[in-house]
Design a binder for this molecule. Structure first.
Ligand code: DC
Length: 213
């Protein structure tokens, strides 16, 4: 097992990839970056400053000024901020402005999760996972999470928003959500987070062992 390596985790919204990424980072003692927070931080400023999500140049100007201390705001977790993040993420200048931050973070080995980590940000990552689950199961998880935050929303609305998010993230021209050719698929539909964690560790260990042969 190398002392340090890069683990790229991509996947669909509410697939469990974030929880999994955090747990894997702890297990392998690697720093962890949830790259969705970068897009959410830009989205929050877009909302706060009443900027149109269609104005790519204005969104990119905000993206250029994102700093690590803006990433820990609890407000970034809200549904509207996430939906706005998906909208501003379609602009190539926004993605370009956030690229170097992510590559610098990954430089000495790290776990990053997002939509384009294995395909764009860390194409040379030693291990790539693509995490997903059935839409209804993901919507149920997200519904419970939002209820926990006190949001007043129905399951049907959560499911419709999730499908809209999937289609925007997968359908955009730049860095669309898709598994890298060398990614290993992990379907968490029927797995508890503990079981998904065990399966992911087994996968990662096997991939790293095969690479060191
Ligand atoms: O992972 P998340 O739900 O926090 O991400 C919010 C949105 O940000 C997601 O719908 C699309 C965008 N995003 C992206 O385009 N690329 C990433 N690497 C991470 C997130």
């Amino acid at each position: 097992m190398p002392a340090s390596f890069t683990l790229a985790i991509d996947g669909t919204f509410a697939s469990g990839k974030g929880t999994l990424a955090g747990k894997l980072a702890g297990h392998y003692r690697l720093p962890y970056l949830d790259t969705g927070k970068l897009y959410r931080a830009v989205a929050k400023q877009v909302i706060d400053n009443d900027i149109s999500p269609d104005d790519g140049a204005a969104c990119a100007a905000l993206a250029q000024n994102i700093t690590p201390d803006t990433l820990n705001d609890i407000a970034l977790k809200s549904g509207p901020v996430g939906a706005m993040a998906s909208k501003i993420a379609v602009h190539p200048p926004v993605r370009a402005a956030l690229l170097q931050f992510q590559r610098d973070f990954a430089a000495k080995g790290a776990v990053l999760d997002g939509r384009d980590i294995g395909t764009v940000i860390c194409r040379d990552a030693q291990v790539k996972l693509f995490v997903t689950a059935e839409p209804e199961i993901r919507a149920e998880r997200r519904y419970k999470e939002l209820k926990g935050y006190g949001e007043d929303i129905s399951f049907e609305t959560v499911l419709a928003q999730l499908k809209e998010r999937d289609s925007r993230d997968s359908g955009r021209d730049i860095a669309p959500l898709k598994p890298a050719e060398d990614a290993h698929l992990l379907d968490t539909s029927n797995l508890s987070i503990e079981r998904a964690f065990e399966v992911a560790i087994t996968l990662c260990d096997a991939i790293l062992a095969a690479k060191s042969d």
